[in-house]
Design a protein around this ligand. Structure first.
Ligand SMILES: C[S@@+](CC[C@H](N)C(=O)[O-])C[C@H]1O[C@@H](n2cnc3c(N)ncnc32)[C@H](O)[C@@H]1O
Length: 265
C-alpha cells in the first residue's frame, strides 16, 4: 500500500495564519454549508442517534470539527488521531473551545504500533477525506474498522472527485489529482470495496449533497481563484441546476461518497 500524500501536503495549511481566526472560519463553514449540514443533520446523526455510542475516534482528525459534530450530536467523548504537529495543535485548540482536553488528540501516525493498544476500544471510528489518499484503501479501511469494538460503527466519507471537480483540478491544480485515489470513486468501486471487507456490514451507502464549490481548488493561482470566487457567489443557482436537471440525467455533482458500517466480527 502506497501513501499518496506526505506531511508536507498538510502541515503548511494548518500552520498558516492566526489559528483562532482559522477556527472561527471552520466553525462558520460547518454551520452554514448546506452540503455539510445535509451530511451531518440528515444522513449521519439520524442513523447513529440510537446506537448507544459513548466514544468516537477520527483518523486524520485535524482540525477536529467532525468530532465536535459527533460530540454535540450524539453526546460522545471524542478522540482524534493526527500525525502533523501543526494539525494536532489546531485540533487541540478547537477542542479547548469545547472543553475537551488536549490529551484527546493523539499526535501519531495512524499506522503506528504505538496506537495498537487503542484497537477495539471505540464505539465509532470515523474518517473524512482520509482513505482515498492511498493507492490501496482496503488495508486502511480494515485498520480503521479495527479501532472499533465489535458491534461498533465506522463512518467513511470521501470526496467524489469525478465530473467537474476532476476536470477543474486536473487543469488548475494537478497535485489534487495526484494525491487522491480517483479510481476508487468510479462506478460504485468504493461501495463494493467496503462490502467486500470481512467483519464490515455496510448499513448505509450513498452519494450525498449537490454541487460543492469547496472541491474546486486554485493552488494560489489568480485565474482559478477568481473563478472559484465567482462560482461561490452563483453557487445557489448551480446547486439548483444540479439538483433539478443534472441529477435527473444521472450527471449529478454530489461532493461526498458515504459508507456507514458495523463491525460484526
Ligand atoms: C483531507 S485531511 C482531512 C481532515 C479532516 N478529517 C477533515 O475532514 O477536515 C487528511 C488529514 O489526515 C492527516 N493524515 C494523513 N495521513 C495520516 C496518517 N498516516 N496518520 C495520521 N494522520 C494522517 C493529514 O495530516 C490531514 O490532517
Amino acid at each position: 500500500m502506497k501513501r499518496l500524500t506526505e506531511k508536507d501536503d498538510w502541515s503548511p495549511d494548518y500552520a498558516e495564519s492566526d489559528s483562532e481566526h482559522r477556527i472561527d472560519g471552520i466553525e462558520e463553514f460547518y454551520r452554514t454549508n448546506e452540503n455539510i449540514r445535509e451530511l451531518w443533520d440528515r444522513v449521519l446523526l439520524p442513523r447513529l442517534r440510537d446506537c448507544g455510542a459513548r466514544t468516537a475516534v477520527e483518523i486524520g482528525s485535524a482540525p477536529g470539527q467532525n468530532l465536535i459534530e459527533l460530540a454535540n450530536g450524539l453526546g460522545i467523548t471524542p478522540f482524534g488521531i493526527e500525525y502533523t504537529e501543526e494539525g494536532a495543535e489546531l485540533n487541540r485548540r478547537l477542542f479547548a473551545r469545547h472543553g475537551i482536553g488536549a490529551d484527546h488528540v493523539l499526535c501519531d501516525d495512524f499506522f503506528s504500533p504505538a496506537l495498537d493498544s487503542r484497537l477495539g476500544t471505540f464505539d465509532i471510528a470515523l474518517s473524512f477525506g482520509f482513505v482515498e489518499h492511498f493507492d490501496d484503501p482496503v488495508p486502511v479501511i480494515r485498520r480503521q474498522l479495527e479501532f472499533c469494538r465489535v458491534g461498533g460503527y465506522v463512518i467513511i466519507i470521501i470526496p467524489d472527485l469525478r465530473g467537474i471537480y476532476y476536470v477543474w483540478n486536473a487543469v488548475f491544480n494537478a497535485r489534487v489529482i495526484e494525491t487522491h485515489n480517483t479510481t476508487m470513486m468510479r462506478n460504485d468501486s468504493f461501495f463494493k470495496m467496503c462490502e467486500g471487507i470481512a467483519s464490515l456490514e455496510v448499513i448505509f451507502k450513498g452519494s450525498i449533497g449537490t454541487f460543492e464549490y469547496g472541491l474546486l481548488t486554485h493552488a494560489g493561482k489568480f485565474i482559478p481563484r477568481a473563478g472559484i470566487s465567482l462560482v461561490r457567489r452563483i453557487s445557489p443557482a448551480i446547486r439548483a441546476f444540479d439538483r433539478h436537471v443534472l441529477a435527473r440525467l444521472g450527471l449529478g455533482q454530489s461532493p461526498y461518497l458515504v459508507v456507514i458500517g458495523k463491525r460484526v466480527g
